[in-house]
Design a protein around this ligand. Structure first.
Ligand SMILES: Cc1ncc(COP(=O)(O)O)c(C=O)c1O
Length: 439
């Protein structure tokens, strides 16, 4: 690849090379548009000029419709923590299949899995299962409204809590669930505390991620979370911590590192062992409102809440594979990788850095520390796009928005492949990137 004189030319060349290399994916994308709007049923996976179709996965590799093999560093946005073919999970699913699907009754695995999840996340004095992270957050917020008799919710710009809870800067969130939302900037304690005081008795809950995942792997500052928690308590509102992505980072959940005890916590992603999953829970006093022995019990049905496949896969994954030791090793690998990538950026003296914690990280084209989405407002989105297509050309699969979530099968060789690809990107594209010392 030759050096490109300007960013638009570089991107046009990258698109042309991509299109030429992926005729089968293009054909499948076009065919899919007959039934699916724009050929898509999961918005985050779409990117122009057309998305790749993956045909298979094994370990931490994916193969696309044109036969190209990639190192999968996206890990299905954290849900693919176990990789694509973890044998202990596959065996457990096969065994569950033998016992029949859709029993339509209490089954013997749901309570065992609930106990295992509770053992890993002690904040969950009681929990209930759902089918997705979105659903878990809908239920946590609905619970907060029912318990407080209020409707207001404080969320944070850049936050993402599911398909009906999008608070990305500059995006309308037109499909957002009709709560009385107020949003303030992440990691800005004073503005959040003022908003909480302003909402007063209107406020049912504050919902926050202990590290914004979709928003760019931006860790919360402990002082911010503690101030928000205290203000929420003073206002008589609940603190809901969305650990759908971050629960993989620390045994107990990331909130345990921030010095707060949430009223409710939501879970999802990898805890389904690769199948659909969601859960919410927390203080017994709140969750026991769902106890069906009570005449005034809150009702939360859901055909697939206790489906045997998700329960079984989740249980096998959490108890046999993602042990606390495996969790520590994976996150140490992520910390080391992020340090290595940042060292390369620093050496090249470009305005580029990787933020995150442990096995989750995201690239940003800025030299400044990223505290919230507002800090990224003046970065050029074309750089992220170019990085994505250059990584694809280097056979690395990551999120179009620059996110990486390591899965357990990712080893030293795969980390080295990314570091080499970044080295090539920095070498080739440095003239297009901002200078670190210019900011
Ligand atoms: C923090 C967070 N909460 C909730 C969700 C929604 O989960 P799901 O896609 O399973 O509905 C996501 C998904 O990316 C998420 O990142």
């Amino acid at each position: 690849m030759r050096r490109n004189a300007d960013l638009d030319t570089a991107l046009a060349e990258a698109h042309a090379a991509y299109t030429a290399a992926h005729p089968e994916s293009l054909a499948r994308h076009r065919a899919a548009a007959g039934a699916l709007p724009g050929g898509n049923t999961r918005s985050v996976l779409f990117y122009a000029p057309f998305p790749l179709t993956m045909l298979s996965g094994a370990g931490c590799h994916l193969r696309d419709a044109d036969g190209v093999l990639y190192v999968d560093l996206l890990g299905d946005y954290t849900a693919g923590l176990y990789g694509h073919s973890e044998p202990r999970i596959a065996a457990a699913i096969r065994a569950a299949l033998e016992n029949g699907l859709s029993l339509g009754a209490h089954n013997e695995i749901e309570a065992r899995y609930a106990a295992a999840v509770q053992a890993r996340f002690p904040v969950l004095e009681r929990l209930r299962f759902a089918n997705s992270g979105t659903e878990a957050n809908l239920l946590a917020l609905a619970t907060a409204c029912a318990v407080t008799g209020r409707k207001g919710v404080l969320a944070f710009t850049g936050g993402y809590h599911g398909s009906v809870f999008t608070f990305a800067p500059g995006r309308s969130g037109k499909l957002n669930a009709p709560y009385d939302f107020v949003t303030t900037p992440y990691n800005d304690a004073a503005t959040a505390v003022a908003a909480i005081a302003g909402m007063g008795e209107r406020l049912a809950a504050v919902i926050l991620e202990p590290m914004q995942g979709s928003g760019g792997c931006i860790p919360a500052e402990p002082g911010f979370v503690q101030a928000v928690a205290e203000a929420a308590r003073a206002a008589g509102a609940l603190l809901i911590v969305d650990e759908v992505m971050t629960s993989r980072l620390v045994p107990g959940g990331l909130h345990t590192m921030l010095g707060v005890r949430p009223d409710l916590v939501t879970l999802g992603k990898y805890l389904g062992g690769g199948l659909s999953f969601g859960a919410f829970g927390g203080r017994a006093e709140i969750m026991d409102r769902f106890d069906p022995h009570r005449p005034d019990a809150l009702s939360h049905a859901g055909t697939f809440n206790n489906n045997t496949l998700s329960m079984t896969a989740g249980h096998a994954g959490l108890t046999e594979v993602f042990t606390p030791a495996a969790q520590a090793a994976l996150n140490a690998r992520g910390d080391a990788l992020r340090a290595r990538l940042n060292a390369l950026c620093a050496e090249a003296k470009v305005a580029m850095r990787f933020s995150g914690i442990g096995s989750m990280m995201a690239v940003h084209f800025t030299a400044r520390a990223v505290r919230n989405g507002e800090a990224l407002a003046d970065t050029d989105p074309r750089l992220l796009e170019l990085f994505f297509f250059d990584m694809l050309a280097a056979r690395i699969w990551l999120a179009r928005r620059g996110m990486i979530a390591l899965s357990l099968p990712v080893g030293e060789a795969e980390c080295a492949q990314l570091a080499d690809a970044l080295g090539g990107f920095l070498e080739r594209r440095a003239p297009l990137l901002g200078r670190a010392d210019a900011e």
